[in-house]
Ligand binder design. Sequence first.
Ligand code: NDP
Ligand code: 2IT
Length: 448
Amino acid sequence: MALKNKYLIDLLETVKKRNQGEPEFIQAVTEVIETLEPVIEKRPDLVEAGVLDRLVEPERQIVFRVPWVDDNGKVQVNRGFRVQFNSAIGPYKGGIRLHPSVYIGIIKFLGFEQVFKNSLTTLPMGGGKGGSDFDPKGKSDGEVMRFCQSFMTELCKHIGADTDVPAGDIGTGAREIGYMFGQYKRLRNEFTGVLTGKGLTYGGSLARTEATGYGLCYFTDEMLKANGKSFQGKTVVISGSGNVAIYATEKATALGAKVVALSDSNGYIYDPDGIDLACVKQLKEVERKRIKEYVATHPNATYTEGCKGIWTIKCDIALPCATQNEIDGESAEILVKNGCWCVSEGANMPSTPEAINTYLANGILYGPAKAANAGGVATSGLEMSQNSERLSWTFEEVDAKLHGIMVSIFKACESAAKEYGMEGNYMAGANIAGFLKVAEAMKAQGCV
Ligand code: NDP
Ligand code: 2IT
């Protein structure tokens, strides 16, 4: 999409100049600015208040050394990040990513998207993200614990239940959150809801583990229904085999679909009989093994090296649940050619701009990440509520609230897209609806 508005063209130029060497952040900002053009034309007051100029600059960025000692007694050093992007509508909120590819540009793109996503949830949460280039893969529990304790020793100075509340993301699950929570409590002598995704014995919420994958399917189901379709009897391909992929598989299957493929960064499995999720949970959640082990016990299934090939499998619905830019223009073309008619995003920014253009040009039902995967952080918001009132809700209560929130997010995307003349473009709808609440709050609070 080519921008026509001079103010937005100049703003994007400034963002590109100021954030050189951070292509993922520039990609995320470009998509939002492009879809906000009709809003900006209608709302000169927001331009006057400098809302967008402020929105593209994080409120605060913290970068720190994370030294820890490995099992051989050797000192290791990683780099830690927390980007506190926007607190207009609530305390900063967003996950912590532990992956060797992490650098400031990844954390900034994730923090920027989190601002809009959290706004869409209807809950009072600002946007933030953190992480480190530490790779938990192949590390012992002791090494992971020492890393997490060191990471939190610095991070604890910058977060708090009413300031900034981190959670999980790639490489950060219940184990890591537990070690971080323990260290925070010890350093601050405070038992508060400073992290979400906690274990159920110390303040975690039921259904938070399932929330992102379930929420993705609730959102997608609503999008399908609005277009006269459903999951029933459909073939689904899901990338990744981590937290989001596993619970998306569980819910899509419960809604009547057959999930035939999963992946990790080494390759993908294809099971024409439908994925045996109990086996995947055992392999990934308990044994921390690779997805290729699945075929050892499933003779009808095949394993193929390389993760990109998963998009060549014929399907009705594709749910990318691994990482950013995992579907490029070429993969999107193959999906369309093979008859795929719906792509809904569990991962953050899994589709390149070329892939998105291919979806839109071919009338694919496209559920954008900021809306489709918001169920995780929404349930984190529900965990914060439970922590504040020192009560725990039942699984059914949390799940029903999550379902209601995902339906309302779909409706917000649908109606914003329609109002601004882009009916059916839920990406534009998500960006616009997410933006407007934050923009009004920023304008009301003055130039801060
Ligand atoms: P996990 O760490 O549990 O799983 C990540 C999965 O994606 C693994 O199968 C991993 O494979 C694969 N993966 C990670 N990086 C790459 C890569 N560079 N190339 C190919 N495959 C890769 O993370 P989650 O399931 O929590 O997160 C998945 C996605 O969902 C991320 O984009 C995350 O930001 C997003 N998300 C997560 C939420 C949550 O609540 N957890 C909420 C909203 C979005 P391998 O094991 O080989 O690394
Ligand atoms: O990308 C995301 O929304 C998350 N990783 C979840 C963040 C959270 O605070 O639950």
